[in-house]
Design a protein around this ligand. Structure first.
Ligand code: MN
Length: 131
Protein backbone atom coordinates (compact mmCIF):
# COMPACT_ATOMS: atom_id res chain seq x y z
CA UNK A 1 0.00 0.00 0.00
CA UNK A 2 1.27 3.41 -0.95
CA UNK A 3 2.15 5.74 1.89
CA UNK A 4 -0.55 8.29 2.46
CA UNK A 5 0.45 11.91 2.09
CA UNK A 6 -0.51 14.27 4.90
CA UNK A 7 -0.26 18.04 4.53
CA UNK A 8 0.72 19.99 7.65
CA UNK A 9 -0.18 23.67 7.76
CA UNK A 10 1.47 25.01 10.90
CA UNK A 11 3.57 28.09 11.65
CA UNK A 12 4.95 26.90 14.98
CA UNK A 13 8.28 25.23 14.28
CA UNK A 14 8.30 23.06 17.40
CA UNK A 15 4.82 21.72 16.83
CA UNK A 16 5.51 21.21 13.15
CA UNK A 17 8.56 19.10 13.99
CA UNK A 18 6.68 17.03 16.58
CA UNK A 19 3.77 16.28 14.24
CA UNK A 20 6.09 15.58 11.31
CA UNK A 21 8.17 13.15 13.38
CA UNK A 22 5.08 11.33 14.70
CA UNK A 23 3.57 10.94 11.25
CA UNK A 24 6.80 9.86 9.55
CA UNK A 25 7.58 7.39 12.32
CA UNK A 26 4.16 5.85 11.67
CA UNK A 27 4.78 5.51 7.96
CA UNK A 28 3.06 8.58 6.54
CA UNK A 29 4.56 10.93 4.02
CA UNK A 30 4.38 14.59 4.94
CA UNK A 31 4.41 17.87 3.12
CA UNK A 32 4.40 21.24 4.86
CA UNK A 33 3.29 24.83 4.65
CA UNK A 34 3.60 27.59 7.24
CA UNK A 35 0.81 29.78 5.85
CA UNK A 36 -2.77 28.93 4.85
CA UNK A 37 -2.26 30.52 1.44
CA UNK A 38 0.71 28.26 0.71
CA UNK A 39 -1.12 25.25 2.17
CA UNK A 40 -4.16 25.73 -0.09
CA UNK A 41 -1.88 25.84 -3.14
CA UNK A 42 -0.11 22.61 -2.06
CA UNK A 43 -3.48 20.93 -1.44
CA UNK A 44 -4.58 21.81 -4.98
CA UNK A 45 -1.42 20.44 -6.57
CA UNK A 46 -0.60 17.43 -4.34
CA UNK A 47 -4.05 16.09 -3.32
CA UNK A 48 -3.06 14.94 0.19
CA UNK A 49 -5.13 12.22 1.91
CA UNK A 50 -5.53 14.50 4.93
CA UNK A 51 -4.73 18.04 6.01
CA UNK A 52 -3.74 19.03 9.55
CA UNK A 53 -4.50 22.72 9.92
CA UNK A 54 -3.37 25.07 12.63
CA UNK A 55 -6.10 27.63 13.38
CA UNK A 56 -3.89 30.60 14.24
CA UNK A 57 -1.67 31.28 11.27
CA UNK A 58 0.04 34.42 9.96
CA UNK A 59 -2.23 35.93 7.30
CA UNK A 60 -5.30 33.83 6.60
CA UNK A 61 -6.54 31.83 9.62
CA UNK A 62 -7.34 28.12 9.52
CA UNK A 63 -11.13 28.48 9.58
CA UNK A 64 -11.10 30.82 6.56
CA UNK A 65 -8.67 28.46 4.82
CA UNK A 66 -11.09 25.56 5.33
CA UNK A 67 -13.83 27.57 3.59
CA UNK A 68 -11.53 28.06 0.59
CA UNK A 69 -10.70 24.34 0.50
CA UNK A 70 -14.39 23.38 0.66
CA UNK A 71 -15.30 25.81 -2.11
CA UNK A 72 -12.76 24.35 -4.52
CA UNK A 73 -13.67 21.15 -6.43
CA UNK A 74 -9.98 20.14 -6.36
CA UNK A 75 -9.81 20.12 -2.56
CA UNK A 76 -13.45 19.83 -1.45
CA UNK A 77 -13.35 16.19 -0.29
CA UNK A 78 -9.98 16.25 1.53
CA UNK A 79 -10.59 15.72 5.26
CA UNK A 80 -9.18 18.52 7.40
CA UNK A 81 -8.35 18.19 11.10
CA UNK A 82 -7.84 21.40 13.08
CA UNK A 83 -4.93 21.88 15.45
CA UNK A 84 -5.70 24.44 18.08
CA UNK A 85 -4.05 25.82 21.17
CA UNK A 86 -7.40 27.06 22.40
CA UNK A 87 -9.27 25.10 25.03
CA UNK A 88 -12.20 27.52 24.81
CA UNK A 89 -15.44 25.64 24.34
CA UNK A 90 -16.73 28.37 22.03
CA UNK A 91 -13.78 28.05 19.68
CA UNK A 92 -14.01 24.25 19.65
CA UNK A 93 -17.68 24.55 18.74
CA UNK A 94 -16.81 27.00 15.99
CA UNK A 95 -14.20 24.58 14.64
CA UNK A 96 -16.61 21.65 14.42
CA UNK A 97 -19.38 23.81 12.96
CA UNK A 98 -16.97 25.09 10.30
CA UNK A 99 -16.75 21.53 8.95
CA UNK A 100 -13.43 20.23 10.21
CA UNK A 101 -13.33 16.43 10.57
CA UNK A 102 -12.07 16.90 14.11
CA UNK A 103 -9.48 18.73 16.10
CA UNK A 104 -6.35 18.04 18.08
CA UNK A 105 -5.50 20.30 21.00
CA UNK A 106 -2.00 21.66 21.50
CA UNK A 107 0.15 20.45 23.09
CA UNK A 108 -0.36 17.36 20.95
CA UNK A 109 -1.21 14.23 22.97
CA UNK A 110 1.32 11.76 21.61
CA UNK A 111 -0.70 8.66 22.55
CA UNK A 112 -3.97 9.85 21.07
CA UNK A 113 -2.69 11.62 18.00
CA UNK A 114 -1.94 8.76 15.58
CA UNK A 115 -5.11 6.75 16.44
CA UNK A 116 -7.15 9.91 15.81
CA UNK A 117 -5.46 10.42 12.43
CA UNK A 118 -6.03 6.77 11.47
CA UNK A 119 -9.68 7.15 12.41
CA UNK A 120 -10.20 10.09 10.08
CA UNK A 121 -8.37 8.35 7.23
CA UNK A 122 -10.44 5.16 7.73
CA UNK A 123 -13.76 6.97 7.74
CA UNK A 124 -12.72 8.71 4.53
CA UNK A 125 -12.04 5.29 2.93
CA UNK A 126 -15.40 3.97 4.18
CA UNK A 127 -17.18 6.94 2.61
CA UNK A 128 -15.49 6.17 -0.71
CA UNK A 129 -16.50 2.49 -0.51
CA UNK A 130 -20.09 3.44 0.12
CA UNK A 131 -20.36 5.69 -2.92
MN1 MN B 1 -0.06 29.02 14.81
Amino acid sequence: MAQELILLIEDNEKNLKLVRDLLQFNGYETIEAITAEEGIEIARTHHPALILMDIQLPGMDGITALKHLRADPLTRVIPVVAITASVMTAERKEILEAGFEGYQAKPINIKEFIPAIKNVLNSRLNRQDAS
